[in-house]
Ligand binder design. Structure first.
Ligand code: NAD
Length: 522
């Protein structure tokens, strides 16, 4: 089969429309710096979500291929660990430059396979690129500590890589989330096995190609494919010391529990239900635009999508205006000029979301804007749902309890800010939250009392940039959020501290008898 997504490509050669790929080929494995055809017997068809045309077939990598990735990463580790930080930094500089050069190509792969608009896909790449750019500063981020702990004796610590590590990625950010791992895992000296989402591995394959071109040695980055079988392999393989997972609670809680039981470090970012509390004193226009953008952008398929709106006091009367703004958004193929949001990832996802909207109707909520059945003229076969606004939602309803992960905004009314805080804190998820207000004291109290890891004050999607860390809370993160992605915490996750205590004192060498007491160094 001729490879499609995984061949070496020029930065300006990429799809610019949803036209049927002329000869859909197979996605390859990336082993030991080579793109290798898979001998898989089981393949996953990948369809353009705007048309449901076949784009490529993704292998369930075979046991031999999975083992080859481990052998390659293990073999590469000693030399990669030993390579000077400055040499690694040079590779990262080149990697960063190449990502920028291939930015449009990466984005086009995302629009084709994942469905988001081209402009939004460029943002997906950029947010990952910024992690790689920040990793270039590793020379000042990896320094240890040293202290003369007592006369002639000093203790110093070093941060050392773990060895072979793995990353398991979700479908919704095909470039950004692989780039939460690739730069930090490797610049700290680990070798990496990455499993992209089987629903859109194209961007990760381009990143592999760029990494090779940037000078990453053979085996430092390997890419394998598949679904649960590959994940189980990663969990069970003793050579793999740590797992970075981003995705749903169902998969993530399983991976965290089983991976931890095998003695591995696991960082796992999971699902969400992100609320916005709207206070009557806010800048109404800014709030309504922010809410519509953050609820429906990327068709709501962001873990930080603003999916639950809490209208405080009289702001409940603004809901028709929220629906009006949502209605103005252009739902279309992601390559189309002026498209605001694209399709959902799969027909199954569309069916699940439609059934949630129907359940809301049956449970007594009001559908203010109904996106069911919407189809852009040019793309009748895509997985479409238009922006949907559901009012009069109560916390017991299915549309409130479940993460919808689609262009659906559920709206609840409360009387006071305290009611809003209580409602939001009672939700089991705690990824992001936003408050819209002009009052510093209301915002101050809200940010202190709210139990969500990432708070926006008049900022609808408060995802921290890479000098900070992605700090979900409650059920949105496994293991109590001890191992968050990127930032200082990301470096800690991928490194182990070694503490060395040294004594260089000649008189000890001439003592006649051993001292058996606990050394106190005092
Ligand atoms: P998913 O859990 O279905 O898939 C994620 C990865 O897990 C994929 O690589 C997949 O192959 C694997 N996987 C799926 N089911 C599995 C199973 N039963 N056993 C083992 N592995 C399995 O998630 P998704 O649909 O790709 O992504 C959407 C989810 O990810 C949403 O819940 C979203 O909130 C979450 N997400 C969270 C963050 C965050 O930072 N908190 C970021 C992005 C996405």
């Amino acid at each position: 089969a001729s490879p499609t997504t995984a061949t070496v490509g020029a930065p300006d050669v990429y799809p610019t429309s949803h036209e049927q790929v002329s000869s859909p080929g197979n996605t390859q494995n990336f082993l030991d710096n080579q793109f290798v055809n898979s001998k898989a017997t089981s393949w996953i068809d990948l369809f353009d979500p705007a048309t449901n045309n076949l784009v490529t077939r993704v292998p369930q990598s075979t046991d031999i291929e999975l083992n080859a990735a481990v052998v390659s990463a293990q073999k590469a580790f000693p030399a990669w660990k030993a390579m000077s930080l400055l040499a690694k930094q040079q590779i990262m500089f080149k990697f960063v430059a190449l990502i920028r050069q291939h930015w449009d190509r990466l984005a086009a792969s995302i629009t084709l396979e994942q469905g988001k608009t081209f402009a939004d896909a460029k943002g997906d790449v950029l947010r990952g690129l910024q992690v790689a750019e920040t990793a270039c500063g590793i020379t000042t981020q990896l320094t240890g500590e040293v202290l003369e702990v007592t006369k002639d004796m000093e203790t110093r610590n070093y941060r050392e890589p773990l060895g072979v590590v793995a990353a398991i990625c979700p479908f919704n950010f095909p470039a950004m989330i692989p780039l939460w791992s690739i730069p930090i895992a490797t610049i700290t000296g680990n070798t990496l096995i990455l499993k992209p989402s089987e629903r859109d591995p194209g961007a990760a394959m381009i990143l592999a190609e760029l990494a090779r071109e940037a000078g990453y040695p053979d085996g430092v980055i390997n890419i394998v494919h598949g679904s649960a079988k590959t994940v189980d392999f990663i969990i069970d393989e003793p050579v793999i010391k740590a797992i970075s997972f981003v995705g749903s609670n169902k998969a993530g809680e399983y991976i965290f529990t089983r991976g931890s039981a095998k003695g591995k470090r696991v960082q796992a970012n999971l699902g969400a239900k992100n609320h916005a509390a709207v206070l009557p004193d806010c800048n109404k226009n800014q709030a309504l635009n922010s809410i519509a953008g953050a609820a429906f952008g990327a068709a709501g398929q962001r873990c930080m999508a603003l999916s639950a709106l809490v209208m405080v006091g009289e702001t409940k009367d603004w809901l028709p205006e929220v629906a009006e703004r949502a209605k103005k958004l252009n739902v279309n193929g992601g390559f189309e000029e002026g498209a605001d949001l694209g399709p959902l990832i799969s027909p199954q996802s569309r069916g699940r979301i439609e059934s949630i909207i129907t359940s809301a109707e049956e449970e007594g909520a009001t559908i203010l804007l109904d996106g069911r059945g919407y189809k852009p003229e040019k793309y009748p076969n895509g997985n479409w749902i238009g922006p949907t606004v559901i009012a009069n939602v109560k916390p017991h309803m299915r549309c409130y309890k479940e993460e919808i992960f689609g262009p659906v905004l559920v709206c609840l009314n409360v009387e006071t800010m305290d009611d809003a805080i209580n409602l939001i804190n009672a939700n089991e998820y705690g990824n992001g939250v936003a408050i819209f207000t002009r009052s510093g004291s209301s915002a101050g109290r809200f940010q202190k009392e709210i139990e969500a890891g990432q708070v926006g004050v008049n900022v609808p999607i408060p995802v921290p940039l890479p000098m900070f860390s992605f700090t979900g809370n409650k059920k949105s993160v496994a293991g109590g959020g001890a191992n968050t992605f990127y930032g200082k915490s990301g470096i800690n996750f991928y490194t182990q501290t070694k503490t060395v205590t040294s004594l260089w004192k000649a008189e000890d060498a001439v003592a006649a008898k051993a001292n058996v007491e606990m050394p106190t160094h005092s």
